[in-house]
Design a protein. Structure first.
Lengths: 284, 216, 212
């Protein structure tokens, strides 16, 4: 049992190396495992699918760079879906630490990819401080909170914004959230203004949103990289001409599979060693 | 085809990425330097963000372009400045006025959010029918039992005796399953972040570099 | 004056959104919702930067005294100065020619990799903790472990490859036991937060007065 005890005290850097290897190998040599779609993600997809061309989807980039790998692919998949269907996108951010720059990057890149026009098919209103105050004020008038877009153009001069005064003109609000902001979109915007809300969230926060979804406070939840890969899959299935575009979350799920296996091995092996040493101690 | 080396931005991003990763081996000067730069850039970012996104479009521009129509904005402007009096020892107490309004407002908003936006709809969502097909019945029972027992467990104000004790125990079991699920999701979340960084280092920095140097 | 005025202001300010919500009258809506919300966006912006002053004070002090690690403080101050100068005197996003404003450039190539890498370190520590600390010591810990393992297998494509039932079990756990537990937590925490709000609204709790 000395061996078991030694293994339990193994240098953590060996564990780090195994995790690194588990991540690097599938990045270099993708496996291409199939992704199965779960009901919460399908619900979001169907709600976006139900929006008529010309209707508005409000997309709030409530996350920063540290959550980009999980939430950027969601933004990309939703934007592709909207641009393809002719759904107008109003982008904004209420998350201080990088939200506006995530919005800049995603909105610009996807518009270029699908030829969507700034100010007509989509707009980036930028970031605003205040959290709940901004959310409440937007219920009255978006221009009150965002008098100009992220480039400094007055909203009155933006063709898309002429048809969007407040939440009444929004078909669906989607918050891609890393923090409590996703909850606020539900417990404030949905609760007080009645606008349908869907949340794309980091995996860490996903379990909580199930309670909101089951109580019909949110139309659906896209949880973490897995949820993002499911949305990518749904878009590719429904619009085969978009299937060839990059699907970073789906590729990432290969890596997830391998690293999950490594960590599961650690959990099970660690417990086996723990039980072995405990039994020896009891016998002694 | 001319092969290009990664740009200065990619080099800088890769350098910072490797500096932070070096902490996995052990704490070192490069890591601490990167950490300090991160803190500095973050605070600087807040300043720029506030000016570019809120103060200029929502305060200064309206005041300078149409003072007569926007003069009430002087009130939040003044309150915002008063917040900074906390750094002037003799006048620090005045900053509490602005802070009281700021905190008070959010306390009021939070009260409505929590009661109207969480307690009521979540309680309503738990009042599930038991006259449903057997498959659905099981799910509904699991939810009703779970919510009640978790709430019983959270009743800190009364000691859990008699039938409350086993009920609270069941509540703990529910919480453990949920925390286990959260752990599973947390693992996925953390790996996602690692994937993001490694993908950058491999595909946007190392691969172009290798191609540029060795060709191919 | 030092105590009573802030208490009065906090009570009034906290009642405004509540009255605004409960009393849908045009004048109430104008002053207690619309105006106040608009003002709070601005005050919140000032509040966001409030802590930066302390950070500058502390680090300047360290540099002046040449305290241990003053070089790192200097790096912090320099990067803070450069980034805030870009933010105060430049723009954000892309210029008309497609190049990035310096503020956004530094965000993309310094802030972004630094923050993302800092958080990505957690992947390694989660693995290490899984090996060293995740133990089946009792019933509760066993349930935690079972929940974690089922979700981990059920959420990766490999789980689906093992058996189609695996992801379905994971989804059932999320939809029912997890939802029930999370709902209990949400209701419990919301009631606690509401009670705390009421204590502030009636002046029992005074977080705005600080230590004074």
């Amino acid at each position: 049992m000395k061996l078991a005890r030694k293994l339990l005290l193994i240098d953590r850097r060996i564990i780090f190396l195994l995790v690194l290897a588990g991540a690097v190998i599938p990045i270099l040599f993708p496996i291409g495992l199939a992704v199965q779609v779960s009901p919460p993600v399908r619900a979001v997809f169907q709600r976006v699918e139900a929006l008529r061309p010309g209707q508005t989807l409000l997309l709030s980039f409530d996350y920063g760079p540290s959550d980009g790998p999980e939430l950027d692919p969601m933004a990309d998949a939703i934007l592709r879906h909207c641009h393809k269907r002719g759904v107008k996108v109003v982008g904004l951010s209420l998350f201080p630490l990088g939200g506006v720059d995530m919005a800049f990057a995603r909105l610009r890149q996807l518009a270029t990819e699908l030829g969507a026009r700034d100010g007509e098919d989509w707009v980036n209103l930028g970031y605003k401080d205040g959290g709940q105050a901004a959310m409440k004020a937007m219920g009255d008038n978006l221009a009150l909170v965002f008098p100009v877009d992220a480039n400094g153009v007055p909203v009155g001069e933006i063709p898309l914004m002429r048809a969007v005064r407040n939440y009444n003109d929004v078909g669906l609000a989607v918050s891609l959230a890393t923090s409590v902001l996703g909850e606020w979109w539900i417990n404030l915007v949905n609760a007080q203004f009645g606008v349908d809300v869907a949340v794309g969230t980091t995996a860490v926060s996903a379990p909580k949103y199930y309670a909101f979804m089951e109580a019909k406070q949110a139309v659906g939840v896209i949880g973490g990289m897995k949820g993002a890969s499911e949305y990518e899959e749904l878009v590719a299935e429904a619009y085969p001409d978009l299937a060839g575009l990059s699907r970073t979350a789906t590729v990432g799920m290969d890596v997830q599979s391998i690293v999950h296996l490594v960590i599961l091995f650690f959990i099970l092996f660690g417990n086996a060693m723990f039980l072995a040493t405990r039994r020896t101690r009891q016998e002694a | 085809m001319q092969l290009q080396l990664p740009g200065i931005g990619e080099w800088m991003a890769a350098f910072f990425t490797l500096c932070i990763f070096s902490f996995l081996y052990r704490d070192n000067v490069l890591y601490r330097l990167a950490e300090s730069i991160f803190a500095g850039v973050s605070f600087g970012y807040y300043i720029g963000l506030a000016r570019l996104n809120t103060l200029e479009p929502n305060l200064f521009r309206p005041l300078f372009s149409d003072f007569a129509g926007h003069w009430p904005l002087l009130i939040p402007f003044a309150l915002g400045l008063i917040l900074y009096l906390r750094y002037v020892p003799k006048a620090a107490w005045i900053s509490n006025w602005a802070l009281a309004i700021y905190i008070g407002y959010y306390i009021g908003v939070n009260l409505i959010q929590r009661l109207h936006g969480e307690v009521l709809p979540q309680a309503k969502g738990t009042m599930l029918s038991l006259q449903v097909p057997p498959g659905q019945l099981l799910g509904n029972l699991v939810i009703i039992l779970g919510v009640l027992t978790v709430l019983i467990y959270f009743f800190f104000s009364s000691p859990q005796r008699g039938p409350l004790k086993p009920a609270a125990r069941i509540g703990v079991y529910y919480l453990m399953i949920s925390f286990g699920a959260s752990f599973g999701y947390t693992v996925m979340g953390r790996i996602s972040l690692l994937i993001g960084r490694l993908t950058f280092v491999i595909h946007e920095w190392a691969r172009p570099l290798v191609r540029a140097v060795f060709g191919g | 004056m030092k105590k009573q005025v802030p208490i009065l202001l906090a009570v009034v300010a906290s009642l405004c959104p509540v009255v605004g919500f409960l009393l849908p009258q045009p004048w109430v809506d104008e002053w207690m919702n619309r105006r106040l919300d608009e003002w709070m966006v601005i005050i919140a912006s000032f509040a966001l930067v409030l802590g930066v002053v302390s950070v500058v004070q502390v680090n300047l002090h360290k540099v002046r005294r040449r305290s241990r690690g003053w070089g790192f403080s200097l790096a912090l101050l320099l990067s803070l100065g450069i980034m805030s100068a870009f933010g105060l005197f430049g723009g954000q996003g892309e210029r008309a020619d497609g190049s990035l404003h310096p503020f956004t450039w530094v965000f993309q190539f310094a802030f972004s990799p630094l923050q993302a890498t800092m958080f990505s370190l957690l992947a390694f520590y989660v693995a290490s903790a899984s090996y060293r600390a995740f133990r089946v010591r009792n019933v509760e810990a066993s349930l935690l472990l079972v929940g974690a393992v089922l979700i981990m297998i059920g959420r990766i494509p490999l789980g689906q490859a093992i058996h189609p039932l695996v992801p379905q079990i994971a989804e059932w756990i999320m939809q029912f036991p997890n939802t029930a537990a999370q709902r209990g937590i949400i209701i419990g925490a919301a009631l606690g937060a509401a009670a705390m709000s009421i204590r502030v609204m009636v002046g029992i709790e005074r977080p705005y007065l600080g230590k004074s």
